[in-house]
Design a protein around this ligand. Structure first.
Ligand SMILES: [Zn+2]
Length: 597
């Protein structure tokens, strides 16, 4: 009897414990977010899953809708993807998003506009609501071949559209247009001069056309004379710009600094938002030497003081982080990507200048990146790196990046491979391909830049946009360009030798880009344990017509397991965002990239 009761007790106990375990387990297993009934892009090309669960900011489980829905708890957010395609969040490995955040609300964006008629009517409409003392500005991100008219707007058209308020339009880093009121407001005359640039004159008076020859200094120095948004407006502008990136599926970006972008002053807005957990694109930034003649001093101060990868705040473990130095290390090494003008020859002093700066960086073992359009520049830069490495070994120890690399040759690709560098490539040829072909020929354009070869050689490759001035910030254009091998004007730049598959293009834009901030082990794939950054797309990227990829958007974007943007079927998940300020902001009326127009 005693034994029997003991056995019964034991049964009860085991039963109770099993029960308790089961409850604990199921509590623990409950997901924060579930996406089911989806076409989920997986790590291996051609593999898709139906569903996944997210927990504590990471992908937790991937599987069938039935299995994943079992992880649903009381507080789980559940998204029926309605069969749509889910991709890992895009990671723009070369863009200028911190600077654009400060300016976005003041700009009229022609990105995606398909006719000059429409572009000019937007200009006119915006002029009507722009108050006295403010400008109407279009600052890059567009190209003449996106227009059905296949030409640039004329000064006459711009003056006719807006005769009474100042207008400044920047075209790539090639041309600037001021209307008559703009010339008057800035006080430009026959005596106004910029090194490496030209103000076109007629009868001794400026026509309004500014020409980079090939230095873009004239273009961005003119831009700095225009009024800036207030600090409050810059905070709001940054929120709206980051949301615009979320709308296009971007969840991470690497900032390459930029002209006029001073550290630390011009970073206080993004830092403040990061500290509040409001910066909805994971941001790593490189520091750019803004003023000629002060580069050494600048890097001596900051590379010594800052620690690469030390997260300032926001998402754990990487949300807003100083990464390293570049893309401008010294102005002596700046080879402007203006294919309307001949290739600039870098000065003889470049080597000693760059040597002293790379020495500072190498001593600190900090990552760095350098802007380099042409093979001739890259060759000389690599010589400098090899020399510095003899005194302060850094090659194959730290991450370093060649940015752009349009005309790089095989020999220098092999050197980069041997020296442990990576290459960040952007779709600048989508906008400027025709100009390149006019100057260097269609044969040379076939491997400009040699995307497929970089991949074949196993050199780390990241995609990006180089937004927002030279090119648009829309990453879908980059994907379209890499897949189709075409310019925006429809010119076939690449053949099968340099075009890549849709899957590969996506992988370069997610996992590939993650290498450039040393994060390829934590993000870039929809994979258990990786950051839950993803986008549910408006259309099936893998099967839709190629031309339509340019107009792809996200309908639901998630960063760190949190919905940051939602539209259409998923609208109810969309988080609130403050109204655009100032009230006359073009963004309030037009938004950013003009899809489907
Ligand atoms: Zn650059």
């Amino acid at each position: 009897m005693k034994t029997l009761s003991k056995i019964i007790m034991l049964f009860f106990l085991i039963g109770f414990m099993a029960c308790k375990n089961k409850t604990e387990q199921s509590l623990e297993a409950r997901a924060d977010l579930i996406v089911y009934n989806a076409k989920v892009t997986l790590e291996k090309e051609g593999d898709f899953a139906e569903a996944f669960a997210v927990k504590e900011g990471n992908f937790y489980k991937i599987g069938s809708s039935d299995d994943i829905l079992k992880l649903k708890g009381e507080n789980t957010q559940v998204v029926d993807a309605k069969g749509k395609t889910v991709i890992p969040g895009l990671n723009d490995s070369h863009t200028h998003l911190i600077r654009e955040g400060l300016n976005y609300n003041s700009e009229l964006r022609w990105d995606g506009v398909t006719t000059i008629t429409e572009a000019l009517s937007m200009l006119k409409e915006q002029a009507e609501r722009t108050p006295e003392g403010q400008w109407i500005r279009v600052i890059g991100g567009w190209g003449e071949f996106q227009f059905k008219e296949r030409r640039l707007p004329t000064l006459e058209e711009i003056n006719a559209a807006v005769p009474d308020k100042p207008v400044y339009i920047m075209y790539l880093y090639s041309l600037g247009y001021l209307n008559q009121k703009g010339i008057e407001t800035l006080g430009y005359d026959g005596a106004t001069k910029y090194p490496g640039g030209e103000i076109e004159l007629k009868n001794g008076r400026p026509t309004g056309l500014l020409v980079a020859k090939p230095s873009a200094l004239i273009l961005y120095k003119t831009l700095t004379k225009l009024p800036k948004l207030s600090y409050e407006e810059q905070l709001n502008s940054t929120l709206h710009y980051y949301r615009e990136l979320n709308r296009l599926g971007v969840t991470s970006a690497i900032d390459a600094g930029g002209g006029g972008q001073y550290y630390p002053n011009n970073y206080s807005v993004s830092k403040e938002l990061a500290e509040q957990g409001k910066l909805n694109v994971r941001t790593s930034y490189y520091l750019f030497a803004v003023d000629k003649g002060t580069e050494k001093e600048f890097f001596n101060t900051w590379v010594n003081q800052l620690k690469s990868g030390a997260n300032d705040d926001m998402f754990k473990p990487n949300g807003y982080t100083y990464e390293g130095a570049g893309e401008n290390l010294t102005w002596e090494a700046a080879d402007f990507e203006n294919f309307l003008e001949p290739r600039p020859e870098l000065h003889d002093v470049m080597e000693s200048e760059l040597d002293s700066i790379v020495t500072i960086i190498a001593k600190n073992q900090a990552p760095f990146r350098i802007h380099a359009t042409y093979n001739e520049s890259i060759e000389r830069f690599l010589n400098v790196f090899e020399n510095v490495d003899k005194k302060h070994p850094f090659l194959n120890k730290i991450r370093w990046i060649i940015d752009h690399a349009e005309t790089i040759n095989d020999a220098n690709l092999q050197r980069i491979k041997r020296m442990g560098g990576g290459i960040a490539v952007q779709d600048r040829m989508l906008f400027q391909g025709e100009y390149f072909v006019d100057r260097y020929g269609a044969e040379a354009a076939k491997h400009t830049p040699p995307i497929a070869k970089i991949i074949d050689m196993g050199i780390p490759l990241g995609f990006g946009t180089d937004g927002t001035r030279v090119a648009s910030y829309n990453p879908m254009l980059t994907l379209y360009w890499a897949i189709s091998g075409k310019t925006w004007g429809g010119f076939q730049l690449y053949d099968y030798n340099n075009k890549i598959s849709r899957y590969k293009a996506l992988e370069v834009f997610t996992s590939g880009s993650a290498w450039f901030s040393n994060e390829e082990t934590v993000k870039g794939f929809i994979k258990e344990g990786m950051y839950a950054d993803f986008a549910i797309l408006s259309d099936d990227y893998f099967t839709m017509p190629e031309e339509a990829i340019k107009n792809l958007t996200s309908h639901l974007t998630v960063v760190n397991g949190k919905v940051v943007y939602a539209a259409n079927d998923f609208k109810t998940f969309d988080p609130a965002i403050p109204e655009v300020i100032p009230s006359w902001s073009p963004v309030k009326y037009f938004g950013g990239y003009q899809n489907n127009k």
